[in-house]
Design a binder for this molecule. Structure first.
Ligand code: ATP
Length: 444
């Protein structure tokens, strides 16, 4: 990662907003937290599910040639022998003998000096395996060791044959899954960017090796399109890093990098993995995972194109690019504060898409009935506490794109005022048109 800028103030604001408004909390906070683990609060959980749903819709539901999978976190440990994780999934780490800080050597600007205290008294770098270990069964010995999966893709390779037989898919086709992955990261940092427990959304596309590069280009383009069209990234906050040094089995690899407050960072990898994964699992399981193509009588090991993205990083990247402090706007709505804090979240992933606000508590009965109706179609919230201006601000801070105000006129004209978070413009919309109006604006 190129640390070409570092906006610590922005990071602090995002972390504080996440805590204050219930997006993300430190895990086990009343016990002092637990380094590298984060809990998603009510709005964070909603946003996380919305991102998952968007990805799943895009990658599985709208495609005839991609199937879904939901495998276990703990599985036969031989999988991790075959994948190479047990032997090679390690980072070099070093400890400072003075202040006891621990570092990943590849992340240190100067691997001979402690970045914390400046001491030169560091231990010799040594290999540290990132797999998280546990025991399965009643005996806690080496024969009962198992691992929490370090990535969600390995079970996809392992289940490749079963999925193909069950779905009668022919090559080319893909298998996708969303789930937790665990890595004993030496130095968790940058909020949720590098955690020890995180969620991945991965898709493995199996094809004939002759078409491998074509499919690699296809998926690369598709994933970039997704970030542009669905999540609003553009050239100012997204770039492509082309790997020059490749794993020996890989034919091509790129990272989709986005701007985080601390610099550019990897959000997603698109990789041409050749036949490596299925060949290894064939070898270690003794099962033939080759594909027989009835059309031309050829038998071959499928080539894999992978798209692999972290959900936690996606959410952090969206929060970072959406965070805004708008000082010109504050007076417009009769508020006396200095700045309006607003999250310009893409409406499809905003935790609340529509807030319904009665102008006065006297209107609660009718306004609440409208809210119940709106809530059937959109992620919604009802708020009748405080002035309208304060309620708008609260919704701005959690990124709600539309506030619907039910006022005294609504009783007569059966219309409501819809206020747009980004333009702050207000429009009168008939209650009967409200659903289609919002659907169109949200892009559903
Ligand atoms: P990095 O180089 O940042 O450690 P990686 O290249 O090891 O990442 P992959 O193994 O390719 O990452 O994992 C795919 C995706 O999973 C990454 O692009 C990232 O979005 C996410 N991811 C990986 N490690 C973590 C982590 N520790 N915390 C949060 N997300 C992660």
């Amino acid at each position: 990662m190129a640390d070409d800028f570092n906006d610590q103030a922005l990071m602090d604001k995002i972390v504080s907003l996440c805590k204050r408004r219930g997006f993300v909390f430190p895990s086990s906070e009343i016990y002092g937290g637990f380094n590298g683990f984060w809990d998603y609060g009510p709005y964070g959980a909603r946003m996380k599910r919305a991102i998952e749903a968007l990805w799943w819709h895009e990658m599985v539901e709208t495609r005839d040639n991609v199937e879904g999978l939901d495998s276990t976190i703990i599985a036969n440990p031989t999988i991790w022998k075959a994948s190479g994780h047990l032997d090679q999934f390690s980072d070099l780490m070093t400890d400072c003998r003075q202040c006891k800080s621990r570092y990943r050597v590849d992340q240190m600007e100067d691997p001979t000096t402690c970045p914390n205290c400046g001491s030169k008294d560091l231990t010799e770098p040594r290999e540290f395996n990132l797999m998280m270990k546990t025991f399965v069964g009643p005996v806690f010995d080496e024969d009962h060791v198992a691992y929490l999966r370090a990535e969600t893709c390995q079970p996809i390779f392992v289940d490749f044959h079963s999925v193909r037989v069950a779905t009668r898919q022919k090559l080319p086709f893909g298998v996708a899954q969303i789930g937790k992955a665990f890595r004993n990261e030496i130095n968790p940092r940058n909020f949720t960017f590098r955690s020890r427990e995180f969620t991945q959304m991965e898709m493995e596309f199996f094809c004939d090796g002759e078409k491998g590069m074509e499919w690699f280009e296809y998926w690369k383009a598709e994933r970039i399109r997704y970030y542009r069209e669905k999540l609003g990234f553009d050239d100012s906050n997204m770039r492509i890093y082309v790997h020059e040094k490749l794993a020996h089995y890989a034919k091509a690899a790129i990272d989709i990098e986005v701007k985080f407050p601390f610099g550019w960072g990897e959000l997603e990898g698109v990789h041409h993995r050749g036949t490596w994964d299925l060949s290894r699992h064939s070898e270690f399981s003794g099962q033939d995972l080759q594909y027989f193509d009835h059309d031309n009588g050829r038998k071959f090991m499928p080539t894999v194109i992978e798209t692999s993205v972290g959900l936690d990083r996606t959410m952090l990247a969206i929060l970072a690019k959406s965070y805004d402090e708008d000082s010109a706007a504050t007076k417009k709505e009769g508020m006396d504060e200095d700045v309006r804090v607003v999250l310009h979240l893409p409406p499809m992933v905003a935790p609340i898409q529509v807030a319904v606000l009665p102008q006065s508590k006297k209107l609660n009965e009718n306004a609440y009935a409208l809210y119940k109706d709106v809530d059937r179609f959109f992620r919604s919230e009802y708020d009748d506490t405080g002035s309208i201006g304060k309620r708008y601000r609260r919704q701005d801070e959690i990124g709600t794109p539309f506030c619907v105000t039910f006022d005294f006129d609504s009783l007569n004209d059966n219309a409501v005022t819809v206020r747009n978070r980004d333009t702050m413009l207000q429009e009168r919309v008939g209650v009967t048109q409200l659903r289609s109006y919002l659907e169109e604006k949200i892009g559903m």
